[in-house]
Design a protein around this ligand. Sequence first.
Ligand code: BGC
Ligand code: NOJ
Length: 810
Amino acid sequence: MKFGYFDDKNREYVITTPQTPYPWINYLGNGDFFSIISNTSGGYSFYRDARLRRITRYRYNNIPLDSNGKYLYIRDENTVWSPSWKPAKTPLDHYECRHGLGYTKITGEKNKCRARVTCFVPDEVNAEIQILNLENLSDKPKTLKIHSFVEWCLWNALEDTTNFQRNFSTGQVEIEGSTLYHKTEFRERRNHYAFYHVNTPVKGFDTDREKFLGLYNGLEAPDAVMNQTAYNTEAHGWSPVASHFIEVSLKPGEQKQLVFVLGYVELPDKDKFVSNQVINKKPAKDIISLFDTPEKAVASFKRVVTKWTELMGGYQAVTPDEKFNRMVNIWNQYQCVITYYFSRSASYFESGIGRGMGFRDSNQDLLGFVHIMPQLAKQRIIDIASTQFEDGGAYHQYQPLTKRGNSDVGGNFNDDPLWLIAAVSAYIKETGDISILDEQVPFDNNEKNMASLMEHLKRSFDHVINNLGPHKLPLIGRADWNDCLNLNCFSSNPDESFQTTENKSGGVAESVFIAGMFIKYGLEYAEICSQLKNTGEAARAEKCVAEMTEAVNNHGWDGEWFIRAYDYFGKKVGSHECEESKIFIEPQGFCVMAGVGLADGRAAKTLESVNKYLACDHGIVLNYPAFTRYHIEYGEISSYPQGYKENAGVFCHNNPWVIIAETMNGNGNRAFDYFTRISPAHTEEKSELRKTEPYVFSQMIAGKEAYKPGEAKNSWLTGTAAWTFVAASQHILGVRPAFNGLQVDPCIPAEWKEVTIIRKFRKATYHITIKNPSGKNRGVSELKVDGDIISGTIVPIFNDNKIHKVEVIL
Ligand code: BGC
Ligand code: NOJ
């Protein structure tokens, strides 16, 4: 069952009913000011940090679900309705929500009146703009009474939901004309306030929530709205809100536009006030003046649309599969940009309070946006590397505002360092900017202790070989990529965090997954050394990689698949010898991606095992059979009921590793098939079961052993975004940046006859046509560049701002 449709021309998903199986959201933002908006106008705004600078309030896990937002009430005679259906919930004659790239348009129609709200965050200022277009579709004049509504958050989102004894006395506002200012704590240490403005005179306003609503009412039927009035309240403490009361008359057929501006202002201490406690409103007025007419607002909206067209333009493909095209060209790339900005902080599953930026998460996210925003990628790499420890280890997380490592969580996740090599290598291949390796970067943010980025990479590499276990495989530390496989944790106390507890020291738990990573990224490290003509270091790296490959061959192979790990006691994890969870996905994907077993048939064998034991209709599950009880020696993974999250859920992030592995083994049909099982566009018909948005990947789809297989959770902020884009664009379509050019080596479904791709790369545009006359999966038989046949699969770097024609025959 579907709840909408894709409008690819406008790059929108069009939702046709407000009652989706779960709130379906979108992100608006300019890098500093952000809003999350659902299809019924729920959500909130924040400035840079969703915890410390929360601008409007949102109640997570509320009942009913998703019932805070930026709302409008329209009274037309005796009917009160909201264009977004919520909060009035009056049945609409027509409803439509268009989530586009960086904007959302919600249209409601009732009794021959149409209201469309277009929301976006312009690049030029820190504000969300809402253009309300009202249209009288009837043949009689209409007088509409409109109430707007937003609820302010008292800035620190955690305090805001916990410290009521203080909060209920701190709220402060100022009102001037049609602008309602929120200035809580501005009198003391804050140098920021927010405001909500509308570009028309108001009949009244409210800023006191209880008075606006009536103490015992919800948002469905506020007193002010029901009584067709505003109480002109000035909030003192309690819960400040901002509501305008506006009257609009429309002749038959007439349209009118109103522009609302929800803005954020920061001021230096000396300029905060114009007189005792009266805030300096000039910066707010400057913002307002940029949007005081609908024309100005519409022009700004168009700039947002153009910006996104340009951002998506670096990679555009046309294949015979329309759904694949829309993922690659629109939604997957969009999700990659969103994960760049948000990491794992704020979504409808991440509360914006809990998690900083993950070291491994951010490095992996970069793989999906480096081609879109290379400059930001560079800065991100430097920020991440600056938190690294001298011994090559890493803080597991860092804080976006301070960019410092988070000592509450600490380090010892032994896969972390290697992801830095992955990110830097991807950046250099994309941009050719090898000079990044000379950047001086601190350890642990200590400016007195700096080394080149290249030295940081060396420390990452060495961190693995300095931490080997009895089988010469990497020690796992607290956990590797799978944060829930906690082999040194041994927790029987529910008040302990699985993430940070290590109750047994001196363990020898080893990870075959990290071994696979080391082989893959160790080779990339060696390649980087060769680029720098450091042949000695390259040779050393290759030797270490060969030794690791040996260790995997000797101790990492179980007969039909790769073993997952060795536990604290040196017992195998993910082996046919185990009682539960005999096979895990991660080492299968990564060892094959690293090339292990490709020559001797073990890669093919393990991929068969993956297909046999792990693959299901909804994707590839993480492990099988699921843990049916808590195993203290494995930790959090066995805390989840079977089929959910890391315990045999389809943890989408690692599915593309198998997809890539399949392409390396030449099975393009299966690679593509796996893609379609998790791809939101391909599973749109299952929306009712899935629940989450059919335009973005979710972190997890319940696996085959779950109570409800196929139900997804945790959409948007997941490493799935970057990795599926890498799998689709670089491995299925096969267009991947290399140090010395653009490699074109597709591995596609046999029935695809032709694919065309436009790829911008190193200041040139490659128009690539792939022809597949004999129905192959993989294997380039002819490659022409600008008409000339070249050998191999690497197209040269041109750097000439011109278009180059690349013709490939399989
Ligand atoms: C989740 C993991 C996550 C970890 C760290 C666990 O509860 O299952 O997916 O990586 O928390 O935040
Ligand atoms: C989510 C975390 O953000 C990520 O770092 C981790 O790799 C996966 N969960 C798997 O546990």
